[in-house]
Design a binder for this molecule. Structure first.
Ligand SMILES: Cc1ncc(COP(=O)(O)O)c(C=O)c1O
Length: 462
C-alpha cells in the first residue's frame, strides 16, 4: 500500500474505515474467546510457519489479508489474558486498557516535555494511584516495568546518599544496597547497571514466613558502616515473585530511619493488595517509604506495559534525572517530564490506568483483587485437602500458591510438561527450598472458581 496520486502523502491506508471495522472485529473475537477458558493451545500451523520465515517484503501486500494473518499469529500465541493462564505473574489485558492503548497510540503525544492535558493526566493518575495504595506520593513516573522502576528508585537513592555521584561517579567510595534473598532479580540488575556491582548487594536472610529479617538487616547495616561502607538503599519487597511474601515494612522503616537510609518498596506484583481491606495490614509502614514501584500491568489488570515509580519527594527524581540541554531548554523554570525519569520517548502509559479508575472506579478494582485473593485461598484449600498434593506450610499471604505433587521433583516436572503440551491450563514452576513446586499466580479478573478447580483436577490427572 503506497498511496494514491503523486502529491498525496505516501503510506496512506486505502479503505481505512473498513479496516477499522476489521480491526474491531478481531478485538471482538479475541474478547469473546478470553471470556472463558479455551481448551488446548493451537500449535503454529505450517502455513504460518512458512510465512514467518519469509524475507523483507519490498512490495505491498493486501492490508485486509495482512490483518487476517495478524489475527492468526495472535491466536497462535500464548495470551496471558486467558482465564487459565496461571504462569509467572500474568497480565489480564483489561478491555478499557486495550481501548486506551489504541487511542494513545493514535495520538502519539510526546511525553518527554509538557504535552498539554496528557501530561496533566500522568500527574493525576500518579496521585490517584498513591491514594489507592495509601502511599503519600508527591509525584511519580510511568515506566516500562518493575525492572526500570526499581533501577530509577536506586538511582534516586544513590544521588541522595552520595550527592553528585551521577556526574562524578563513586570516586572510590565503597557502597552497598540491601534486600532479601528472595527479592526479584531486577534489583540485582539495577546494582549491576549502576556500576555498584552485584557483590555489593547484601542479601538478607528471611524468616519462617519468607520475609526479610529486620534484625539481620540492622546487623548488616552496622557491620558495613563500621567498615566505612556507605549504604545506598534498602529494597523491601511487598509481594515476592516466589511466594508473595510481604516484608515487614514498618520494622524495616524503623531500621532505615535509624541508619538514615533510603527505603524503596518493590511492590511490582503485590502492592495493589494494600488497597484491599483483608490484606492492607500486611503493608503497614508503606507510607514511610521514600519510593515504591508498582506494575499496573500485573495486579491492576492493565495491558503491558504500565509500571509506576512513586516518590515522597518529587525533587528526589529531579536530582537524579534532571538535564539542561541546548535542544531541550527549560522555559519559565518549568521542568520537563523527562527530568523525572530514565526514558525520554515513551508511550502514554498513564491513560489506560486513568481510564480504568474512571470507568470502573477504585471499588471495583479492589473487589477484583479481593476475588483473586479468594482464588488463591481456594487453590490452597484444594491442594491441602488432596492426598497427592503438598502446599507450603503456611497459607499464601497474597495470590501466589506454590504446591507440589508428593511424587518428587521429576514427577512435578513431568506434570508441568504434560500440562503445557495439553495447553488447557498454563503453569510455571519454581524451586523453593531446593524442591520443584508448581506455582500458580492469580492476577486475572477473568478467572473463576471453576478455573481453580480445573487447575487442581488437571494437575492431579497428569
Ligand atoms: C517483585 C517484582 N519486582 C520486579 C519485577 C519486574 O517487573 P517487570 O517484568 O515489569 O520489569 C517483577 C516481575 O515479575 C516482580 O515480581
Amino acid at each position: 500500500v503506497t498511496g494514491g496520486a503523486p502529491d498525496e502523502p505516501p503510506l496512506r491506508l486505502p479503505d481505512r474505515e473498513l479496516l477499522l471495522e476489521q480491526g474491531a472485529a478481531i478485538v471482538r473475537e479475541a474478547w469473546r474467546s478470553f471470556d472463558r477458558f479455551r481448551p488446548g493451545q493451537p500449535a503454529i500451523d505450517a502455513t504460518l510457519a512458512d510465512l514467518l520465515a519469509t524475507g523483507l517484503p519490498d512490495q505491498p501486500t493486501d492490508v485486509g489479508e495482512s490483518l487476517a494473518v495478524t489475527a492468526e499469529v495472535l491466536d497462535q500465541s500464548l495470551a496471558q489474558p486467558r482465564p487459565r493462564f496461571f504462569a509467572y505473574i500474568g497480565g489480564a489485558g483489561l478491555e478499557v486498557g486495550v481501548l486506551a492503548d489504541f487511542l494513545a497510540s493514535c495520538y502519539d503525544v510526546n511525553l518527554a516535555s509538557w504535552a498539554g492535558a496528557a501530561s496533566e493526566i500522568e500527574a493525576q493518575t500518579a496521585r490517584w494511584l498513591g491514594e489507592f495504595l495509601g502511599y503519600p506520593a508527591e509525584g511519580g513516573f510511568f515506566t516500562s516495568g518493575g525492572t526500570l522502576s526499581n533501577l530509577s528508585a536506586l538511582l534516586a537513592a544513590r544521588e541522595q546518599a552520595l550527592p553528585g555521584a551521577r556526574s562524578r561517579g563513586l570516586e572510590g567510595r565503597r557502597v552497598a544496597a540491601y534486600t532479601s534473598i528472595e527479592a526479584h532479580y531486577s534489583v540485582v540488575r539495577a546494582v549491576e547497571a549502576m556500576g555498584v556491582g552485584a557483590q555489593w548487594l547484601r542479601t538478607i536472610p528471611i524468616d519462617r514466613e519468607r520475609r526479610l529479617d529486620p534484625v539481620a538487616l540492622d546487623e548488616a547495616l552496622r557491620a558495613d558502616r563500621d567498615e566505612g561502607i556507605l549504604p545506598l538503599a534498602v529494597i523491601a519487597t511487598a509481594g515476592t515473585t516466589l511466594t508473595g511474601a510481604v516484608d515487614p515494612l514498618d520494622d524495616i522503616a524503623d531500621v532505615c530511619a535509624e541508619h538514615r537510609v533510603w527505603l524503596h518498596v518493590d511492590g511490582a506484583y503485590g502492592l495493589p493488595a494494600a488497597a484491599v481491606e483483608e490484606t492492607a495490614p500486611l503493608f503497614r509502614g508503606l507510607d514511610r517509604a521514600d519510593s515504591v514501584s508498582v506494575d499496573a500491568h500485573k495486579w491492576l489488570y492493565m495491558p503491558k506495559a504500565c509500571s509506576v515509580i512513586l516518590v515522597r519527594r518529587l525533587e528526589s527524581l529531579h536530582a537524579a534525572f534532571g538535564h539542561e540541554e541546548a535542544y531541550f531548554p527549560h522555559d519559565d523554570d518549568r521542568l520537563h517530564a523527562a527530568d523525572a525519569g530514565l526514558e525520554y520517548s515513551r508511550p502514554f502509559r498513564a491513560l489506560k490506568l486513568w481510564l480504568a479508575f474512571r470507568v470502573h472506579g477504585a471499588a471495583a478494582l479492589r473487589a477484583a483483587i479481593a476475588r483473586n485473593l479468594s482464588h488463591a485461598r481456594l487453590c490452597y484449600e484444594l491442594a491441602s485437602a488432596h492426598e497427592d498434593l503438598e502446599p507450603l506450610p503456611l497459607p499464601p499471604p497474597l495470590s501466589i500458591v506454590p504446591f507440589r505433587h508428593i511424587g518428587g521433583d521429576a514427577r512435578n516436572r513431568e506434570i508441568l510438561r504434560r500440562l503445557q503440551q495439553g495447553g488447557d491450563v498454563w503453569l510455571s514452576s519454581a524451586t523453593i527450598d531446593g524442591r520443584v513446586h508448581l506455582r500458580p499466580c492469580f492476577v486475572n479478573y477473568r478467572t473463576t472458581d471453576e478455573d481453580v478447580h480445573a487447575l487442581i483436577d488437571l494437575v492431579t490427572a497428569s
